[in-house]
Design a protein around this ligand. Structure first.
Ligand code: HEM
Length: 419
């Protein structure tokens, strides 16, 4: 029996876009708490929008019979973060077919291969860092991850282009949520990067680049859809960027790993001596605890009612990913950083959703989640046993008004020494 409510929880006012942008991580859960309900209505970009939080909401949100993704992402995010025509915007069999291609890149051997490349590249980076007074880790990681993922994905990257390409890949996720000039730079960066990727795809197809058959570039260039058709070069470029861009975005999580090690030195000591269970638990808690991707959008496919709220066909809906990860009904002391909670955790596709929920193939859950965990574990090992460093005086407070959130200092390291 659906629960009925007499008054629809609704935010008063013409539009709430600015309020959401000012407080992207807490906005939805704060209002759900004040309404005492898991869903409320507001206006976003002048459209009626429903915001939902909690594990039950995640279960409904990831039911593809109720929601679709075509037309869900606002144009400004397509022009910067996502691109047009990528897997994020597909539904049904077309989505599953293309998603399968992404998931086929994620065998455990391939994940370990990228983890080894990244560790090697981190060591080379740290050799240079050891000659400098101090470094800003967030900025340095962009080049490390760009080099690593290009090598792994079969994308040739001349040394003289590393800085430029790293800046372009970073701008797509680091400035996408901004307004004004930083957002325009993000769009410009996407245009340049898509042209670069389209050239790579065409060169592979013409046999001018001999990339490994297993590489992401080769797989995307030779992908055929359900009708046996290849992707046009622009869409293939968007999909190759769907591998490169988020891998460089791991710089955010690696900064948070080092931040967490600094704030909780007892874990550093335990990680030096304990087996992989604690490393896995530490990585999971970093993904749960720190703010990264605040919410995801979808569109109601056919009208239905949930918790007394009418979900009318065509309405935009936001699922509060950060709020689900901090829901006190599921997580004891959600605002405390406690990796031990994951030592006995039962895997659940709807309570821990930093990279989306549900099923990786059938739903839009992040295609790179296993890769993210593998690279975070490799980075954790490097910063625990591979290198020593100091954190000089700096502002380590997390700026939650920017997207993605980051320590205000972007994490400054000094006295770096390879061990
Ligand atoms: C850096 C950490 C990462 C975070 C926080 C993250 C987060 C997310 C989120 C929230 C979604 C959307 C889920 C949804 O729409 O329901 C997503 C989708 C996706 N992610 Fe990630 N991601 C990360 C890393 C990666 C990596 C490393 C890759 C690839 C190598 C990747 C590839 C994708 C793709 C292709 C999709 C679209 C999936 C689909 O629409 O079916 N992500 N990610």
């Amino acid at each position: 029996m659906p629960v009925s409510i007499h008054h629809i929880p609704r935010l008063l006012g013409l539009d709430h876009t600015l309020a959401l942008m000012r407080d992207p991580y807490e906005f939805i859960s704060r209002h759900c708490r004040s309404f005492g309900w898991d869903v409320f209505e507001m206006r976003l970009l002048l459209r009626r929008t429903l915001c939902m939080t909690g594990a039950d909401a995640a279960k409904v949100f990831y039911d593809p019979t109720r929601f679709k993704r075509a037309g869900a992402a606002p144009l400004r995010l397509q022009e910067s973060l996502l691109g047009v025509g990528g897997v994020q915007s597909l539904d049904g069999v077309e989505h599953t077919h293309r998603k399968q291609m992404f998931l086929s890149l994620m065998s455990s051997e391939r994940l370990q291969e990228l983890a080894s490349i990244m560790t090697r590249t981190l060591r080379t980076g740290a050799e240079r860092w050891s000659t400098l007074d101090r470094i800003v880790l967030y900025d340095e990681l962009h080049a490390v991850l760009t080099r690593s993922v290009c090598e792994w994905a079969g994308v040739p990257l001349p040394e003289e282009d590393v800085t430029k390409r790293a800046q372009q890949l970073c701008a797509m996720f680091d400035r996408a949520g901004a307004v004004g000039p930083p957002h325009w730079w993000s769009r410009h960066a996407r245009n340049r990067a898509e042209r670069w990727m389209a050239e790579i795809i065409e060169s592979i197809r013409a046999g001018r680049i001999d990339s490994s058959q297993h590489s992401a570039a080769h797989q995307i260039a030779s992908y055929r859809d359900g009708q046996g058709q290849p992707l046009d070069a622009k869409t293939a470029a968007v999909e190759l960027l769907n591998v490169l861009r988020p891998t460089v975005a791991l710089s955010v999580y690696i900064v948070f790993l080092v931040h967490a090690l600094h704030m909780h030195p007892e874990y550093k000591r335990r990680l030096e001596t304990q087996d992989g269970h604690l490393a896995q638990a530490f990585v999971q808690e970093v993904r749960r605890f720190y703010p990264f991707f605040p919410a995801v959008p979808a569109i109601v496919r056919e009208s239905f009612e949930w918790k007394g709220m009418p979900f009318t066909e065509g309405t935009r809906v936001l699922l509060d990913l950060h709020g689900v990860n901090h829901d006190p009904r599921v997580w004891k002391e959600p605002k405390l950083f406690m990796p031990d909670r994951f030592l006995s955790w039962q895997e659940n596709a709807y309570t821990l959703v930093p990279q989306g929920g549900g099923d990786h193939l059938r739903n839009h859950r992040c295609a790179g989640e296993w890769l993210t965990i593998a690279l975070m574990k490799a980075a954790l090992e490097f910063f625990v046993t591979g290198v020593s460093y100091q954190l000089p005086e700096q502002d380590l407070g997390i700026d939650r008004t920017r997207l993605p959130a980051l320590p205000r200092s972007r994490l400054i390291l000094s006295d770096v020494r390879l061990l």
